[in-house]
Ligand binder design. Structure first.
Ligand SMILES: O=C(CO)COP(=O)(O)O
Length: 120
């Protein structure tokens, strides 16, 4: 069982919910962790169980980054919006940096998410 982090910026939340619904059977075999709003929407729209962290702008990205640094997250699915400024951009950068540093499989868009999930 893999520990998978789920995050999406506001403009991408519909996409991550649709992706999670499409892969519900497979995702249900894994342990899911999500930033507050993303995780809440995935739970509501798919029925999957997601452990909720704080909302991203309130520290949720940092919590996922800490999990990566502690070796507690096996995969990060982060649907990033490249067209909107984020007030917590430094936190987003820290999370993506740690995922890179610790060589965690990390999808930042829909097609990569398909590929990464297919690999487990
Ligand atoms: O802001 C986020 C990622 O940077 C996501 O946080 P929410 O899921 O709480 O909206």
């Amino acid at each position: 069982m893999a520990r998978i982090g789920l995050v999406a910026h506001d403009e991408k939340k519909d996409d991550i919910c649709a992706w999670a619904l499409r892969h519900k059977a497979k995702l249900s075999q894994h342990e899911l962790w999500g930033t507050g709003t993303t995780g809440g929407r995935v739970m509501a729209e798919t029925g999957l169980s997601v452990t909720l962290l704080k909302s991203g702008p309130l520290g949720g990205d940092q919590q996922l980054g800490a999990m990566i640094a502690e070796g507690q997250l096996d995969m990060l699915i982060f649907f990033i919006d490249p067209l909107s400024a984020q007030p917590h951009d430094v936190d987003v950068k820290a999370l993506t940096r740690l995922a890179t540093l610790y060589d965690v499989p990390f999808a930042n868009n829909k097609s990569t998410a398909e590929a990464v999930l297919a690999a487990i």
